[in-house]
Design a protein around this ligand. Structure first.
Ligand SMILES: [Zn+2]
Length: 346
């Protein structure tokens, strides 16, 4: 039950977020201002109009709206603004560390310079760090529907952007009809150059997509992964390997990947012993935040304070920070959590 004390704990507890898209975090107001400044015609002209567009019920519809709106973001300074606003917003929610994805193809196709975009985002996060102490690292999330051939060129750019804080390579976008396997060589090269590996899988396609991600791509973290619930062998494998599964409950509800809270398998995946984290995915598009996700899993799945702490610990150790930094971070967070629990009596 979400008591006022537990709610206060959720609001104030130190957090880590691992599955979050920069473009999906921009506020409607920022989006409209950028569109106006960059002379981009959007399918909406005010905040209410943008919010109207965001009322979709299917994953494909979500992708279409996402692509239409993101055109407002053009220059390095635009990315810096998004990153600064996201960084300070996360810090206000007591997020200590976050890994944020930037989706290169939707920008490259509009002739946006991806290095300029990444450099801008890095600058925005650096500014947020100076003001609040939050640390943010970047991942490039390649739209799988563009195919493996074009991914090579983007990976080259990811490599060139590593000094701007790019630490991971991922695939996202339309999972249907675009299995992970053809990307195996690209992922092997990404690993060789020192990037960590993730993939969106098992979100709208079944267990075979997760198998492809862990087997063929050798990812360290699976984004969503909720359809793993349909394959006992896969569940067993993921538990044995302790593969990190970054679950984004509200996102799944909004895109229709889960038909209802009752039908969402988070509770079963967690109880089975999978290494699960909880995340917001695209806060603007799914009307949520990491704080709100924690509230919702208490309300809908009865997660306890102990379990929320466990999920947070999973996020710290599932992050791509070097091992000693994970220990230091968790040590600090754990101390703070203990103090807070004592103060609130939860
Ligand atoms: Zn995602």
């Amino acid at each position: 039950m979400l008591t006022p004390e537990i709610d206060a704990f959720i609001v104030r507890m130190p957090k880590v977020e691992l599955h979050l898209h920069l473009e999906g975090s921009m506020s409607s107001q920022t989006l409209l201002e950028l569109a106006e400044r960059n002379n981009i015609e959007l399918p909406a002209h005010n905040v209410a109009g943008v919010e109207q567009l965001l009322r979709y019920r299917h994953f494909s519809e979500f992708l279409t709206v996402y692509m239409a709106l993101v055109r407002a973001v053009v220059h390095g300074e635009d990315f810096a603004r998004l990153a600064y606003e996201l960084g300070t917003d996360l810090a206000a929610q007591h997020v200590r560390y976050a890994e944020v994805m930037l989706s290169p193809m939707q920008h490259i196709l509009r002739d946006v310079d991806i290095i300029e975009a990444v450099a801008g985002a890095a600058e925005g996060f650096a500014r947020a760090h100076t003001e609040t102490g939050i640390r943010v690292k970047l991942a490039l999330d390649y739209g799988r529907q563009y195919g493996p051939d074009r991914a090579w060129k983007v990976l080259e750019q990811a490599s060139a952007a590593m000094h701007h804080g790019v630490i991971a390579w991922s695939i996202g976008g339309n999972e249907i009809g675009h299995p992970p396997e053809p990307f195996a060589e690209v992922f092997a090269e990404a690993r060789r150059i020192g990037l960590h590996l993730m993939a969106h899988a098992g979100e709208v396609v079944g267990p075979e997509s997760v198998w492809g991600a862990v087997d063929a791509l050798q990812v360290e973290r699976v984004g969503h992964g909720i359809r793993s619930i349909d394959d006992p062998h896969l569940l067993h494998y993921l538990r044995e390997k302790q593969t990190v599964i970054d679950v984004c409950p509200s996102s799944n509800l909004y895109t229709g990947a889960a038909t209802s809270w009752q039908a969402h398998p988070l509770r079963q995946l967690y109880d089975y012993g999978l290494n699960v984290t909880v995340n917001s995915d695209d806060p603007t598009f799914f009307y949520t935040t990491i704080t709100e996700e924690y509230r919702r899993i208490v309300m809908h799945f009865g997660f306890t304070v102990d379990e929320l702490c466990h999920l947070t610990r999973n996020a710290v150790y599932g992050s791509f920070l070097p091992p000693y930094e994970k220990h230091t971070l968790w040590h600090e967070m754990e101390r703070e959590i203990k103090r807070l629990r004592q103060e609130l009596g939860v």
